[in-house]
Structure formats: C-alpha cells, structure tokens
Design a binder for this molecule. Structure first.
Ligand code: TYD
Ligand code: MG
Length: 452
C-alpha cells in the first residue's frame, strides 16, 4: 500500500509546509503547524446528486436518535437517558479521577443488558483491566477487550466484534502511523477521532472516547476534538476526596444542565442521591468563619460549607488562598469589605475553602463568603441554622441569584430554617425565615458580626 504523504498545515491561515517549522511561512504565527494526511487537491467542484435527498424537517424520523440507557444511573441522568447509537462522546478528566472505572462499570452494565461492548485500552493491559473488572463485578461474556494503539487495528477490532458500544481508553494513545507526529499530538488526535466518528456513524454504534486533561483543566491538545464529537462530559473532583462530579459541557441530544454525582469506593463508583448530606456530614456548628451556602449545579441544589481562616500576618503582601473557590472573587470580596464595609484584611493571611473537595465558582457564593471572612476576623460565629446566598456588587450591594427558592427548599430539607438573601429575592418557601438585606454591610450588622 502506498504510504500516505503527510503535510503540516497552519491552523491560523491554512498554509501548508512539507516539514514542521516553528513559524508559519504564510502568516508568521508561531507554533501553529499541525500535521495532517495530504488528500488529493480539490479542483473544480461538479454537481452531484446528494447522498440523501433533502426532506421537509417534519418528515425526519426522530426515533433514529433514541438514547439507550447505560445502566449507570448518574451517567444516564447526565446524558438525558443514555448513549445515542451512532454518537461519539468524549469523557475528559484528570488522571486518576475515575474515567476508566466509570466506563468499565458502564460497559459491564451495557453488556449485561444484552448488548455487545468493546473496550479498547492503549494504557493498560487486558490483565490489568480484567483484575479491575473482577473487583467491580464487571466480568461479562459480552464485554470484549482489545489492547491496541493503531487506529487501523482498532477499527479492525470493531469490525470483528460488531459491538453496540465502543470505549476508547484513551484517544491520546491512538496513532495513525501515516503521520510522523507522536501519539497525543493535535494532528494524531484529530486524525484518529475523525476516523472513529465516521465508524460510529456508519455502523450505528455508540463510541465513548476518554480524553486526558491538562493541569489548567483543558482537554490536552484536542480543542478540535470538542467540535467533532456529539457530547463532551467532564469528570471532576479532588483526588483526595471521594466525591466526583460529572458535568455535561456539550450535548447535541439534550440539556447541558444535568449534574451527576458519584462517590469513589472500594467497589468502584456509586451514585450519590443526597450530596448535601455528604458535604455537611462532618460539620461542627459554632465555629467562627464557617457559613453554609446553597448553590446550584446544573439543576441540582447543593449545600456547601464555606470556611475562612484569617490569621495575622507580617508579610508585606499577605497570602490569599482559595480552595474550591474562585481566587478573583475572593480578592474582590476583600476589596469590597475594605472599601464598603470598613473591614480591613491588609494585616491578615486569608485562607478560604469550600469543604468536601467541591468547586463552587458561581457568584451566588459571594454573600456567604463575605460573611465567613468577617466572622473569621472578629471571632463571632454565624448562627448554625442559617444559610446565605446572593451576589455582591462592587458597591457592596446585593443582587439575587437564579433559583433562590429551590436553593432554600434544599436548605430547609437539611434543617436550615433561616436565610440571608438580597431584598429583591423572590419569596422563600415555607419553613424558611428570610433575613432580607440590601448590602453586605447590612448583612454583617444584622448578624452582629462586628463587635460594637
Ligand atoms: P481510574 O478509573 O483508573 O482513573 P482514570 O482512568 O481517570 O485515570 O481510577 C482512579 C483511582 O480510583 C485509582 O487510583 C484507584 C481508585 N479506585 C478505587 O478507589 N476503587 C475502585 O474500585 C477502583 C477501580 C479504583
Ligand atoms: Mg484510566
């Protein structure tokens, strides 16, 4: 077979070079050349009959895209029912977060529902996967393993097994030997994923690709990948905590608002029906610097405890550290406290933390965080049966955030019967006593956090 020639194409201007260079000769951008296989040049386009005739939109058969459950409840919830045959899903996450585990569990569930599954691993040997499968109770005769890295061999294995579901663990290990670039490079990832998308469409099987993410949380290399797949899932969490969050970043077949929650256990990942209870399990009331905030993740209300420790510091620029919270919002709140509330932290290190290894970056946490900072500075605890939610503006004014009643219902369910909310917030559900305030300064004074 004649070897396919590869070229390096600039991702900015489209110019091509026979060899890789650091700088594009066309547009002079640095580091933009990506390897790809060189197809025949397209000349004049002649008119051809379309492969499928255009049809009125109402005559399209909607049953073609019916999701089939994987059997892993939280995964199906996030996907809006399950995986659609012929679709390609990308599951991204940091190493060690549990991508292989959840997909092996899903593979076994799908296999036990009577469908065939092919699990392709370029990272672990079949022996290693079998050992893990034994631990997870995932040994099933309809679950097939292949340890391959060549894209042609992977397609060969798909052809042999004829599976309903294919798991590729991971897309960064696959190679097309026609390209000289290394596995995991943008060119390879793009080439291999395009091929797999074609296979999924042609065969009507669902394919799930595992993708590693870099430290800054982006999918390594393949931004391109996000465009070619139908669904992008992100698996998040702190490796030192048991809780894992499954979010949907892009979904061609449904909502991107769902959130899946798992706990990593000895027996693999299990769904968490009551996450707020889990977050608050070890909470001690009466400690200064602790405030509970009702947040919303997707459609799910979550109660999270925020803790702040302000410790006196001799550093010329004291430390600010935010774990599970946005660093920028912490700095902003410290500035608002200084300017609008008259509470200074210039002589304090400030450590802020969202308990439980969860990340809360929405503006609704501002009010609770502001109260926790003041409480930690003055040593006056915020009452234990109270939650706070609202966004703080630069003038120290409070704004309501979306879904306040839903947040407060969840708070009431877990025994929090008082809530500090902005004046404009809609009426609270029964069982929650509101403390309506206009500014952060007013909230601080209503709770008596500043000793007179
Ligand atoms: P893994 O699925 O291999 O992560 P990824 O594929 O995202 O890199 O699993 C990560 C960790 O989970 C691993 O360090 C061990 C732990 N683990 C459990 O705690 N229980 C289990 O049942 C399994 C299979 C793994
Ligand atoms: Mg893995």
């Amino acid at each position: 077979m004649a070897k396919v020639r590869s070229v390096f194409r600039c991702s900015e201007c489209g110019a091509s070079e026979p060899k890789w260079t650091g700088r594009c000769n066309g547009c002079e951008a640095w580091g933009t050349l990506v390897e790809e296989t060189d197809g025949p040049a397209v000349g004049r386009v002649s008119l051809l009959a379309p492969t499928s005739a255009p049809i009125p939109i109402a005559e399209v058969d909607p049953t073609e895209f019916v999701a089939r459950p994987t059997g892993v409840g939280e995964l199906d919830r996030v996907l809006g029912g399950g995986l659609v045959p012929g679709s390609v899903t990308l599951l991204g996450g940091e190493p060690g977060i549990g991508k292989s585990t959840v997909l092996l569990q899903a593979a076994a569930e799908v296999a036990s529902s009577g469908r065939k599954v092919l699990y392709v691993s370029g990272e672990e040997s079949p022996q290693q996967i079998r050992l893990r499968a034994e631990r997870l109770g995932a040994l099933h005769p309809r679950l097939w393993l292949a340890a391959e890295i060549g894209i042609a061999q992977v397609v060969g294995a798909i052809d042999q097994v004829q599976p309903d579901l294919v798991v590729i663990d991971s897309i960064q290990t696959l190679v097309n030997p026609d390209l000289t670039s290394a596995p995991g490079s943008v060119g390879q990832v793009r080439e291999c994923s395009h091929r797999l998308v074609q296979e999924a469409k042609a065969r009507g099987c669902a394919i799930v690709l595992v993708g590693h993410v870099t430290k800054d949380g982006n999918l390594a290399g393949p931004r391109v990948l996000e465009h070619v797949v139908d669904t992008v899932l992100a698996f998040e969490g702190d490796r030192h905590h048991a809780l894992r969050l499954l979010r949907v970043v892009k979904h061609r077949f449904g909502s991107t608002q769902e959130l899946g929650l798992f706990e990593m256990t000895e027996k693999g990942l299990i769904g968490v029906p009551d996450p707020s209870g889990l977050f608050l399990a070890d909470r001690r009331v009466g400690i200064a610097g602790s405030v509970v905030v009702p947040t919303i993740e997707g459609h799910r209300p979550l109660l999270v405890e925020l803790q702040v420790l302000a410790a006196s510091s001799n550093l010329p620029s004291p430390r600010r550290s935010a774990t599970g919270l946005d660093n920028g919002r912490l700095s902003l709140l410290l500035a608002v406290l200084e300017q609008r509330v008259g509470v200074s932290t210039t002589k304090h290190d400030v450590y802020a933390l969202a308990v439980g290894g969860v990340k809360v970056v929405e503006p609704g946490v501002d009010l609770a965080l502001g109260l926790a900072i003041v409480s930690s500075l003055t040593g006056v605890p915020v009452p234990g049966d109270l939650v706070a939610c609202g966004e703080v503006g630069l003038g120290g004014e409070l704004r309501q955030v979306a879904h306040t009643p839903r947040r407060l219902s969840e708070a009431a369910r877990l025994g929090f019967h008082r809530a500090v909310v902005p004046i404009s917030a809609p009426a609270a559900p029964a069982g929650v006593q509101e403390i309506r305030v206009g500014t952060l300064a007013e909230a601080v004074s209503r709770l008596g956090l500043l000793p007179s």
